[in-house]
Structure formats: C-alpha cells, structure tokens
Design a protein around this ligand. Structure first.
Ligand SMILES: Nc1ncnc2c1ncn2[C@@H]1O[C@H](COP(=O)(O)OP(=O)(O)OP(=O)(O)O)[C@@H](O)[C@H]1O
Ligand SMILES: [Mg+2]
Length: 288
C-alpha cells in the first residue's frame, strides 16, 4: 500500500500541497482537479523527484522520502511534459530507458520492448524517431516507457490532455489493461476520464483533497439536489450569486445553469440526473 500522510509543499506564497493524506491500494485511482490544483506537485513528489516540506510517504511500510530508491525501483512515471526527444528511433530510446531502469539482460529488454510496442500499437513505427510522432503516438510511447520493467506503481500525469477522442479512448483502454495488481494514479482535469475508468478517486483543489471515494459515492451525496434551467445569458451573474452555483454551459443562444438545492430553487428549474461533473463542482466550490 502507498500511504501519504499530511504532506505539505510551499513555493513562496503558494501552498501547492496543503496537508494531503491518501492511502492507495492496487487499482486505478483518478486524481481530478483544475489547473494549478497541485496534481503535478503531488505526482512529482510520489515519483521522488521532489521532497515534501512536511509529512511522510511510505510504500509497503518503507519511507520513500528517506529512501527514494524503494520507489524508483518499482515506479513507472509519465510526466505531464515528457519534454524533448533525442533523434533516435523509438525502439532505441526504449532500450536506453530500459538500461537506465536496470534491465541489464539484452534479451529481456528486447522481448519487453517488442511486446510493449505491440501493446501500444507502435511496432510499425518503432524505427521512427519519437520527435516525428503525433500527440497520441507520443502518449502511447510514454505509457510504453513507463511500463518497462513491469512497475508496481504507475503514475500518469494528465496523459489525455490534447488528444482527440479516438486517441484519448485508446490511451484510457491501455491504462485499464495495464493490470489490476498495480497502483495506477491518473491525474486529469477531464471528468469523464475518471468516471469511466476509476473505481476510486479524489478531487483536488488549491492544494487540498476536497473529496475522496468511488465516483458513484460522490454522486450519491448530491443525488436529487441538482437543478438545471435555461436562462438568458444576461442573467448568469445574478443566478451565480443567488444560488449554490455549480456550473454553466452555453447552449444555442442561452445558458444552462446547474445549481445545488434541497428544493426547487425558483420557477423554471428542473430536477436533473446527477453526473460526476456536478459532484466535482459541488466539492470544488465548497458546497458539500
Ligand atoms: N517549481 C515550482 N515553483 C513555483 N511554483 C510552483 C512550482 N511547481 C508548482 N508551482 C505552483 O504550485 C501550484 C500547483 O501547481 P501544479 O503544477 O502542481 O498544479 P496542477 O494541478 O498540476 O495544474 P495543471 O492542471 O495546470 O497541470 C501552482 O500554483 C503552481 O504555480
Ligand atoms: Mg499538472
């Protein structure tokens, strides 16, 4: 088990991680939060690239802040910005990364690399440089390099941002196939990524975990309390201040607003089915 206890990280006045505690078991865990919430800071800390200012992190009882090698020997990490790719073939680059990960046997490396390239559907393109890949291909390459060495912990930071719907689904399928015996942490600001994939999740906002549980459980908390109405867009500001506002979206010349209320808030509001996005905004806006 990966156990995070009361960790903090400050950058000047920014409290990027504010007393975060989480216990994570094998399975897919979704970390959902808006830009600047602190997701990458948490992931970099778990990947032992950065130390928390306070608090402790243990993996199977071993302190990984004090002994980062415990984590590094069993970690696959796909950072948010994978960065610059050297001008070498995808296959050669995987081989290079495999050596860095300590897979010393050449035959082992070769077998793993071919099998991973096949899984992520890049075998055909394995002699091209990753620099020439499309966004989706890069992310699939990214998951292949993260899976080298069969890590027990897999951390992927906003892997679906910028992917088209087809590539996004393809990437999520790869993640769900990655194995039930691994702790997989997926950070994203795309609510559907988590809803469709993760049996366990947390919502992070301004450095804090504001909710934790199964998507269905978070939805259940506000079931029957979400109301929607189409209003004139001039009325949006007023509606936001008058009600427990969740979200709004433009729809054909008007705005659909969603609010939280125990009873019908005003004429025209209809009680609505609750989606995970409602739970996300309810927690982020401090309404539950
Ligand atoms: N190295 C750093 N130096 C200064 N501030 C930092 C640093 N890293 C993160 N921050 C700040 O910490 C906060 C959290 O940033 P972080 O990148 O962890 O958020 P995030 O949830 O990953 O956002 P995004 O969805 O945009 O990737 C932000 O206010 C950010 O500006
Ligand atoms: Mg980030």
């Amino acid at each position: 088990m990966l156990s995070i206890q009361n960790i903090h990280k400050r950058f000047g006045d920014t409290h990027a991680m504010n007393n975060i505690s989480l216990d994570l078991k094998p399975g897919l865990f979704g970390l959902l939060g808006p830009n600047g919430a602190g997701k990458s800071t948490l992931m970099r800390t778990l990947a032992t690239l950065q130390k928390p200012d306070e608090g402790s992190i243990t993996y199977d009882g071993q302190d990984i802040v004090v002994n980062p090698d415990v984590m590094r020997s069993t970690l696959g990490y796909l950072p948010q910005d994978f960065g610059v790719y050297p001008r070498m073939s995808a296959k050669a680059l995987l081989d290079h990364i495999a050596v860095l990960k300590g897979i010393n046997n050449k035959k082992d490396r070769e077998e793993q690399i071919i099998s991973l390239l096949q899984n992520v559907n890049l075998l055909k393109h394995s002699s091209a440089s990753v620099a020439t890949y499309s966004g989706g291909m890069r992310q699939r390459f990214g998951i292949a390099q993260a899976l080298l060495g069969d890590p027990k912990i897999l951390i992927v930071d906003e892997p679906t941002a910028g992917l088209d719907p087809f590539e996004r689904q393809r990437f999520l399928d790869l993640l769900s196939e990655a194995g039930e015996d691994k702790i997989i942490i997926l950070s994203t600001h795309i609510v559907e990524d988590v809803r469709d994939l993760c049996p366990d999740m947390a919502i992070m906002g301004e450095g804090k975990i504001v909710a934790r549980g199964a998507p269905e459980t978070l939805i259940d908390k506000i079931r029957g309390k979400v109301w929607r109405k189409k209003i004139d867009k001039d009325m949006l500001d007023e509606t936001k201040t008058k009600h427990q506002f969740l979200s709004s979206r433009y729809l054909m010349g008007g705005v659909i607003v969603s609010v939280l209320a125990d009873t019908k808030p005003e004429a025209g509001f209809e009680k609505s089915d609750v989606i995970l996005e409602d739970a996300y905004f309810a927690h982020l806006n401090g309404l539950v």
